[in-house]
Design a protein. Structure first.
Length: 284
């Protein structure tokens, strides 16, 4: 099957955001296994650039968290580069406060991590208002930095795997306020091979600025018995108060009701792009 070939037989370069022991790296290993060459990228854009330049065959980036919502930069990159979502992987995220051995909470002055980790741990961090939050490239990269700095005044928020890899102590476990905290990662590629097992579709559209325009689009899902999973809006640059709408829904483009819905949506949109048909991993 196409999906099995992608996940289990990809002896290829796959880019991911962050470094080893990052949650993106965990998603990559969970999806592809270890029979790949994992390429670390410092920024989300670096993953897209590597794919565009042919340095990698697929990329793995986070797009949505169950506590803090969509990762907007990734939505914009996905549209701007014209790539496809070819798969997804959901990873449970547990954040931990890490420091060099011997660090006490009273020693801490600075906390390093990705901005998403700060948001997902905000209730715990609000209890320590004397700490300075220093945004860093990723959770795992912040762990690497703290390990190298060897200062008890500096700690980070990262995974237990990062603590193991970089020889850090866990000062406080599971500091994220939502104990059912998941991040949805997408696998991006230059082409989208469709098979009958695919059951989730992503598109991006714009509609005219008139009464009922978006309602007309959404009616195609109801009329064709299709369940929408998500809609996310992003502003259109240089066109104030106009938006791109990213829509995820369940279905397969080989099915008649999906074909009918997509044809209707295309006809009523000012802009339409098909982003991918892939296998669901993140269930409701």
């Amino acid at each position: 099957m196409i999906l099995d070939n992608l996940k289990n037989s990809c002896n290829c370069n796959v880019g991911f955001y962050g470094v080893e022991a990052s949650f993106s790296h965990e998603a990559l290993l969970a999806y592809f296994g270890r029979n790949i060459n994992a390429i670390s990228c410092n920024e989300f854009k670096d993953v897209f650039d590597a794919l565009e330049e042919g340095k990698i065959k697929y990329g793995v980036v986070p797009i949505e968290n169950s506590s803090t919502g969509g990762i907007l930069e990734v939505y914009d990159l996905l549209r701007n580069y014209g790539f496809y979502i070819v798969g997804e992987k959901c990873v449970k995220i547990n954040h931990n406060l890490l420091g060099v051995k011997g660090t006490k909470l009273s020693d801490i002055k600075e906390v390093y991590s990705h901005s998403q980790a700060f948001l997902q741990s905000k209730k715990f961090l609000m209890e320590h208002k004397n700490w300075s939050m220093i945004p860093y490239f990723s959770t795992a990269m912040s762990a690497k930095y703290i390990s190298e700095s060897k200062l008890k005044s500096r700690v980070c928020i990262a995974s237990k795997k990062a603590a193991e890899l970089y020889g850090l102590s866990i000062l406080k476990e599971n500091i994220n306020y939502n104990k059912n905290n998941y991040t949805r990662f997408i696998i991006i590629g230059k082409s989208n091979n469709i098979s009958e097992e695919m059951d989730k579709i992503s598109i991006v559209i714009t509609v005219s600025h008139k009464v009922g325009s978006l309602y007309d689009i959404l009616s195609y899902f109801k009329n064709n018995n299709l369940n929408m999973a998500k809609i996310e809006s992003r502003p259109i640059i240089n066109e104030p108060w106009r938006y791109f709408f990213y829509i995820d829904f369940y279905g397969n483009v080989l099915d008649k009701n999906v074909k009918d819905a997509l044809e209707g949506i295309k006809s009523d949109c000012q802009y339409f792009r098909f982003i991918g048909n892939y296998k669901t991993d993140c269930e409701l």
